[in-house]
Design a binder for this molecule. Structure first.
Ligand code: BG6
Length: 478
């Protein structure tokens, strides 16, 4: 029976806006995330149109990878990482997104990071855009609603593809591109928030603007894939989807159809375009029923066909249930909530923990697309207790990973071609949804707290040594 392949890419995942800090160093411009304040599980974070004095913006320092990259990469190497998923901060290279020439200091920083990774044999896996849209593009074009963003994104891609073509092989065009199918995605992804300041949960939503923005992102992604392959034919360029696994709450056929609708709307709509190179058949009815009228230019559909991805990656944290029964109890979750599943437990943030759902999900995706897959985010956001002796005994995290890795292996046995696994926030960083530090994912604890205090020192949690064993045994020693 099959097991994890010999060259399986074990590693960890991060994003610049949640990890790097140094938000305005060496000419870096503001991204949308730099305009977001902190929040909590119960109080939504806010997005502002200008930086408010005296307000805490968690991305500004984050956990300061910018000044700790050598130390952090050494720790990743000690765990045995084969790959490190990170993102490039667009505004560190092009501060407003619109400059013709890139900032050399920004490019040099990523050269240093990649060199440090390669020194230890760690393969960088780079997300080109992970919730880091230049804020100036929001001000001028309402983010991705403006077709101009395609060209700006391609300038950025051309710069980094050429600069790092001998250092980076694995790329992802957009993090969780399907965030744009959800109202939450206005802030994180499409940037369709021109002039808005207030809680991220109350952004005035225009479905038309979001789907138009998504169309532009699809065209940009396809053009980037094509350009990347021309620059280096060895590049592997993938899509990245926030996978929402839904179950019918009851066996009422209506609920089953509702599941199919949910899976299409939140998952397949985007990946069908990026993997198959065309909008799915169900898109037309969806546009009609939601009064969406997409402006496309001649040649756009051809472009989508020519720029299909090499592999499919996704984040997986949880599953939900779907029903048309209005009385069913709701649950929270990554980007989307849904209905509570009575068979599952949830994290402290209400995300339902479902390892078997990962097995099911891998089979579903592979069955649909038949291209290599990679789980590029998975993990447990939890409150960690730093003991007096400096240890963090995160057995709950070890249990979470053990259960998910077992189920990944089941999918491999089922024949899924799985390339790798990069747990989210392999070192503590800022939460994307709430802006908190209290919601920690890492194998490495960072001394940084919700009020902005902390000396940023790093400590290994109990899960650090456990994951090291997992990697050295290629997933056997769980
Ligand atoms: C994914 C994002 O949706 O989930 C990450 O790609 C994010 O950026 C992760 O951090 C976990 O979510 P949160 O809200 O717990 O940080």
């Amino acid at each position: 029976m099959k097991t994890f392949r010999e060259d399986f890419l074990w590693g960890g995942a991060t994003a610049a806006n949640q990890y790097e800090g140094a938000w305005d160093v060496d000419g870096k411009g503001a991204s949308v995330s730099d305009m977001c304040t902190n929040g909590s599980h119960t109080v939504p974070k806010r997005v502002t149109t200008a930086i408010e004095e005296g307000t805490l913006y968690p991305s500004h320092e984050a956990t300061d990878f910018y000044h700790h990259y050598k130390e952090d990469i050494a720790l990743f190497a000690e765990m045995g990482f084969k790959t490190f998923r990170m993102s490039i901060n667009w505004t560190r290279i092009f501060p407003t997104g619109m400059e013709e020439k890139p900032l050399e200091a920004g490019l040099q920083f990523y050269d240093n990071v990649f060199d440090e990774c390669l020194k230890y044999g760690i393969e960088p896996l780079v997300t080109i855009s992970h919730y880091e849209l230049p804020y100036a593009l929001v001000e001028k074009y309402n983010g991705w609603e403006g077709r101009e963003c395609i060209q700006y994104y391609l300038n950025y891609c051309e710069t980094i593809f050429n600069r790092y073509k001998n250092k980076v092989k694995y790329w992802l065009t957009f993090n969780e591109i399907n965030a744009g199918t959800m109202a939450f995605g206005n802030v994180l992804s499409t940037g369709t928030i021109q002039g808005y300041s207030g809680p991220i949960t109350e952004v005035p939503d225009s479905v038309q603007a979001r789907y138009q923005a998504l169309h532009h992102m699809f065209v940009a992604s396809a053009k980037a894939v094509k350009m990347g392959h021309e620059i280096n034919s060895d590049f592997k360029i993938g899509c990245m989807i926030a996978f929402m696994t839904s179950y019918p709450y009851t066996c009422n056929p209506t609920d089953m159809l509702e599941v199919q609708r949910a899976m299409r709307d939140s998952n397949w709509y985007c990946s069908d375009v990026q993997v198959r190179g065309a909008y799915p058949a169900f898109a037309e009815r969806f546009w009609e029923e939601n009064n969406i009228s997409l402006k496309m230019e001649d040649g756009d559909l051809e472009v989508l066909k020519e720029g299909t991805v090499d592999y499919y990656t996704f984040s997986y944290y949880m599953s939900n249930c779907v029903t048309l029964d209005p009385g069913a109890e709701q649950t929270e979750g990554n980007l989307l909530g849904g209905v509570k599943n009575p068979y599952l437990k949830a994290s402290d943030w209400g995300w339902q923990i479902d390892p078997q759902g990962l097995h099911y999900t891998l089979n579903e995706i592979y069955g649909r697309y038949n291209i290599p897959l990679m789980v590029v985010e998975n993990g447990l956001g939890a409150v960690d207790k730093l003991e007096e002796d400096g240890t963090v005994n995160d057995d709950y995290r070890i249990n979470y990973f053990r259960d998910h890795i077992k189920e990944m292996e089941e999918a491999v046995k089922d024949g899924v071609d799985l390339m790798g696994y990069t747990p989210w926030g392999c070192i503590d960083l800022v939460s994307a949804s709430t802006g908190e530090m209290a919601k920690r994912y890492g194998f490495i604890y960072v001394d940084k707290y919700d009020d902005g205090t902390g000396d940023l020192s790093r400590r290994k949690k109990k899960s650090f040594d456990w994951y090291k064993k997992v990697i050295s045994s290629n997933g056997k020693n769980l």
